[in-house]
Design a protein around this ligand. Structure first.
Ligand SMILES: [Zn+2]
Length: 356
C-alpha cells in the first residue's frame, strides 16, 4: 500500500488491517472508558478529544507490525496528549531531520531504511559509528473539529465507525501541518545539512553537497561531449596496416607519425582511441551510477559530508576548474602534477552544464 505521495500520515486501507484495528479496539477498550463528568454511552466516552486520543493510541500503538495509521519514513513518533490546561489535544510529532551543523568526517546521520509497501523508516546507523541524530519536535494544539462519537458498539466497546472518523479527522489535521515540513525536507539539498551557507543546493536525488554536485556536473558534461562526438568506438590502426585513427563511418586521421610536431604520434593516437566516446560514455554511466548510490542512501554522505568513496571518485577530476583543495582526502592521490605537464586543461574542454 503506497501511493501516498508526501503525506505525513495515512490510514492503511489494506485488506485485513481495519479488522485488526477492530480487534485492537476491543483489546484496548479501557482507553475509551468514560471519565467522570464526560458524556458516555455504555461506559464508552463520547467526549471528542478523549475518544480521538484513545483511537489514535490504538491505531499507532502496534508500530512493530500492523499500525492502522501509517506514517512517512521521517516521522519517528506521533503521540497525542491531553494537557490539563488546554481545551483540545496536543499532538507531538517527531521528525528525523538533517543535522543543523556540518558533521565531522566519519560521522553518520540518519539512515533511511526502505520498508515493504513503500514505507520505511529513518533509523540510527550501527553503533560502531559516531552518530549525530537530529529530530524536529512539532507540537500541535489540535482544537480542530473532532467528530463526536455516536454510540458504543456494546457495553464498554467503542464503535469502529466512530474510531475511524476520529482517525480521519486527526490524520487530516496533522497532515495539514506536518506535510509541508516533509515537502520542505524532501526538496532540500538531499540530506545535505552540512552544506556551507551560500552553497548552491543540490537536487532532489540527494547528494552530499557541493562536491557531489560539482562532480556530477563534470561527469555529465564528459558524457554529453562523448555522445555529441557520436558515442562510437574509435580504433588505432597500427603503422604496419596503415597508421591511422579511425572514427568509423569512413572517417580517419592519417597524419600520424613522428615528424616534428605536426603529426599525431602513434602513442597519442592510441591514447585517443582508448578514450573514445564509447569508452567515455560507458565510464561516465558507471560513475554516475556509483554517485547515485551515495547522497541520502549512504550513511556518511547523508550526514552532509561526502564520504571517502565520493571524494576519491572526485579526485579523478581534480585537474578540472572548480575543484577545491579542501575536497581532497588527506591520503588521497597526489594532487601535484608531474612537472612536465602543464596545469589546467589546454584543450578548452567545457567544464560543466554541457548537454547533448
Ligand atoms: Zn557516500
Amino acid at each position: 500500500m503506497s501511493g501516498t505521495g508526501t503525506q505525513a500520515f495515512w490510514i492503511d486501507a489494506t485488506r485485513g488491517i481495519q479488522e485488526h484495528y477492530g480487534e485492537q479496539l476491543r483489546k484496548w477498550r479501557h482507553a475509551f472508558a468514560a471519565a467522570e463528568g464526560e458524556p458516555a454511552a455504555e461506559g464508552v466516552t463520547l467526549d471528542p478529544p478523549h475518544f480521538a486520543l484513545a483511537a489514535w493510541e490504538v491505531a499507532t500503538r502496534p508500530v512493530a507490525d500492523t499500525s492502522y495509521v501509517r506514517r512517512h519514513p521521517r516521522v519517528l513518533d506521533a503521540t497525542c496528549h491531553r494537557p490539563e490546561e488546554a481545551p483540545g489535544l496536543l499532538a507531538v510529532v517527531e521528525l528525523a531531520v538533517p543535522a543543523p551543523v556540518r558533521l565531522p568526517e566519519g560521522w553518520a546521520g540518519w539512515q533511511r531504511q526502505d520498508g515493504d509497501g513503500g514505507g520505511g523508516t529513518y533509523a540510527a546507523p550501527p553503533y560502531e559509528r559516531p552518530t549525530a541524530l537530529t529530530t524536529l519536535e512539532l507540537r500541535l494544539p489540535l482544537v480542530a473539529d473532532l467528530p463526536t462519537p455516536t454510540r458504543a458498539r456494546a457495553a464498554g466497546l467503542p464503535n469502529l465507525d466512530d474510531a475511524q472518523a476520529a482517525l480521519e479527522a486527526l490524520v487530516s489535521a496533522l497532515n495539514a501541518v506536518v506535510t509541508p515540513f516533509l515537502r520542505e525536507l524532501d526538496d532540500a539539498p538531499g540530506d545535505a545539512p552540512g552544506d556551507a551557507p551560500g552553497d548552491a543546493p543540490g537536487d532532489a536525488d540527494g547528494d552530499a553537497g557541493p562536491l557531489a554536485q560539482w562532480l556530477r556536473t563534470q561527469i555529465e558534461a564528459d558524457k554529453a561531449i562523448a555522445e555529441t562526438a557520436g558515442g562510437g568506438a574509435w580504433r588505432y590502426v597500427p603503422a604496419g596496416e596503415g597508421n591511422r585513427l579511425e572514427f568509423g563511418r569512413g572517417r580517419a586521421v592519417t597524419a600520424i607519425g613522428f615528424h616534428h610536431d605536426d603529426l599525431l604520434h602513434p602513442v597519442e593516437a592510441i591514447h585517443v582511441a582508448l578514450h573514445d566516446p564509447a569508452d567515455v560514455v560507458a565510464r561516465c554511466e558507471a560513475e554516475l551510477a556509483l554517485l547515485a548510490g551515495h547522497g541520502r542512501d549512504c550513511p556518511e554522505c547523508a550526514g552532509g559530508r561526502p564520504c571517502a568513496t565520493v571524494r576519491r571518485l572526485a579526485s579523478g577530476y581534480r585537474l578540472r576548474p572548480g575543484w577545491r583543495e579542501e575536497w581532497a582526502l588527506p591520503t588521497a592521490l597526489p594532487t601535484a602534477l608531474p612537472p612536465a605537464l602543464p596545469t589546467g586543461r589546454p584543450t578548452g574542454r567545457p567544464t560543466g552544464g554541457v548537454r547533448a
